[in-house]
Design a protein around this ligand. Structure first.
Ligand code: ADP
Ligand code: MG
Length: 275
């Protein structure tokens, strides 16, 4: 597979739905027939837990093991440590040991490219690689941005932090200017929306007004629901845990949007190329 798309799910604010979105977008894309690898790039290991590996302390290979191999210039086995979820996605897990990476990266040669080097070794087996970022804009997150082709920004519909958003866009633009000129922001996904209120609309209006031309907003809005919160502990996607629910429908719809977006860009790139 040549056209793997690597997407970082990024927002330095915690609790905005990055992890939930990574898991359910991943499974959603797998349901649409795509081969998907999820990367847990948060030392809290929430994605690893939410996909059903809560005892992550005992995992022998994690993202940190593989990044260390890159740093120490050791050979990487692309299959090592990859976990297979019953719903058809693969996972590179993480645990608290990844928190050492912030410090280790500082002195590493090619420090911004460590994760990219690893991702480039394994992405040949996949159509999509989704990276679940931690809630900070430190070295590990910069590594995720450098490894990525594009970024999806989950934003909690009720609590858009204008300052936080500016900081995030600044960081993305800096990575773009200094390291990765073709890094793209695919869009903002409004999550945790209480459909009884108008906040999702207000938030999307705010983003449209303040970032018009810079950040598109996905049509799909993810509603808030208790069952969706429960999925972070049950090791299942929302499609399995609460089949037919509004959140399951929304994530299925969102997965289609992401897929179509990718295909549009692919055709565009092809037609530019053939001109
Ligand atoms: P982040 O990765 O940005 O910190 P999470 O995906 O972990 O965000 O979500 C934060 C919390 O909100 C978690 O407890 C999660 O289970 C819950 N949550 C996520 N999406 C929903 C939703 N649509 N409805 C209700 N709770 C949700
Ligand atoms: Mg998270």
């Amino acid at each position: 597979m040549q056209d793997c798309k690597v997407i970082a799910l990024c927002n330095q604010k915690g609790g905005v739905g990055k992890t939930t979105t990574t898991a359910n977008l991943g499974v959603g894309l797998a349901m649409l027939g795509k081969k998907v690898l999820l990367i847990d790039a948060d030392p809290q290991g929430d994605l690893t837990t939410c996909l059903g590996w809560p005892d992550q302390e005992n995992l022998s290979v994690t993202l940190q093991t593989q990044m260390k191999k890159v740093i120490y210039d050791e050979p990487i086995d692309p299959n090592a440590g990859i976990l297979h979820h019953t719903e058809g996605v693969d996972l590179i897990p993480s645990n608290i040991e990844l928190s050492e990476m912030e410090m280790t990266l500082v002195t590493a040669m090619n420090r911004e490219h460590t994760l990219a080097t690893y991702v480039n070794e394994i992405k040949g087996n996949y159509d999509y690689v989704l990276i679940d970022c931690m809630p900070s804009l430190g070295m590990t997150t910069i590594n995720a941005l450098v490894a990525a082709d594009s970024v999806i920004i989950p934003v909690q519909a009720q609590y858009l932090s204008a300052k936080g958003m500016t900081q995030l866009v600044k960081t993305i633009n800096k990575v773009k200017r200094q390291i990765k000129p073709n890094l793209k922001i695919d869009g903002v996904l409004l999550t945790l929306a209480d459909m009884r209120t108008n906040f999702a609309k207000v938030t999307s209006e705010f983003i449209k007004q303040n970032y018009s031309g810079v950040i598109p907003i996905y049509d799909t809005v993810i509603p808030i629901a208790i069952k969706a919160a429960e999925t972070s502990a049950v090791g299942k996607s929302i499609y399995e845990y609460d089949k037919g629910s509004k959140v399951a429908e929304a994530y299925a719809q969102f997965s289609k949007e992401v897929l179509m977006d990718g295909e549009k860009q692919h055709h565009k790139a092809k037609s530019t190329f053939s001109r």
